[in-house]
Design a protein around this ligand. Structure first.
Ligand SMILES: [Fe+2]
Length: 282
């Protein structure tokens, strides 16, 4: 049977993608950002840790979806998805190859489990999805595993609650566990951490709040799932709400997972960067 072998979260700051694509990762500003991912790159390169499939939870930034169409939760079910042109041409990264059979199975399982998923067969994927892949896998010719794009609306109000995201993660866990093929699946949650891109509070960072959030990914799921939108907004800035996507990863892994690695760095562009690797209780 398929099983969830690990969970990874990481910020998906677009400037990180540009730093990689333009060969700036060794510059003094960027070095400490990327240094925190070296452990993960070595860890995931080992055959026992390499996933067959990543369910990659991210948000689209008005690239594939705009005010014409705003799915709260969407799953990509086509065989492949291309990197989007976000204004400077598509990022020079491989096409996303999906495990369409698993994606359709997850879609069916979630919908019958009473989560109203939108099924997407045609879309381009933006930095929300490609920057985490670059951070964890570097710059390969092909991504080393299949990737199921799993998009969450956190751009247009109202985004889903953290608790709803957590329950959806639990349902993803049930979907994976009921898939008959023997697959190692990882669930990644992306976005965050504290950041605000506009208005008088632009540049807001709340390192103490972020670190407590990272702590509670292993220590206190109950507290995380009760955090309300207004707290994310007040404490972590207008874009900190992206962290509800991390709760999909947390729900999929369940309580009592073990922290293998953590990285927290400020600043990267105008955001705090957070990254954590978790292993579920077997
Ligand atoms: Fe984002």
């Amino acid at each position: 049977m398929a099983r969830i072998a690990a969970g990874i979260t990481t910020s998906h700051v677009p400037a990180i993608g540009a730093a990689i694509d333009l060969g700036k990762t060794h510059e003094d500003y960027w070095k400490p950002v990327f240094a925190g991912y070296e452990w993960t790159r070595e860890w995931i390169a080992k055959p026992e840790n390499r996933p067959d499939v990543v369910v990659l939870v991210y948000n689209d930034h008005a690239t594939a979806f705009d005010m014409n169409l705003i799915p709260t939760f969407a799953i990509g079910c086509a065989d492949e998805f291309k990197p989007a042109d976000e204004g400077w041409g598509p990022r020079p990264v491989p096409v996303i190859k999906n495990d369409a059979d698993l994606a359709w199975h997850i879609a069916q399982s979630l919908i019958l489990d009473e989560f109203d998923m939108t099924i997407i067969n045609k879309m381009d994927v933006d930095h929300g999805l490609t920057v985490p892949l670059s951070l964890i896998f570097g710059q390969p010719q092909e991504w080393p595993c299949k990737i199921v794009p799993f998009a969450v609306n956190v751009v247009t109000y109202p985004p889903p609650s953290g608790n709803r995201c957590y329950m959806l993660g639990e349902a993803i866990g049930r979907a994976v566990a009921s898939y008959p093929e023997d697959l190692k699946v990882q669930v990644w949650g992306t976005g965050g951490m504290s950041h605000q891109l506009q208005g008088p509070r632009a540049g807001l960072i709340n390192a103490e709040w972020d670190q407590k959030f990272l702590d509670d990914l292993t220590a206190n799921h109950d507290r995380l799932r009760k955090i309300r939108h207004i707290e994310y907004l007040r404490e972590t800035g207008s874009e900190g709400i992206e962290m509800v996507m991390w709760l999909i990863m947390a729900g999929a892994l369940g309580e009592n997972s073990r922290e293998l690695h953590r990285h927290y760095h400020v600043p990267a562009s105008n955001s705090a960067v957070g990254h954590i690797v978790l292993k579920p209780k077997q």
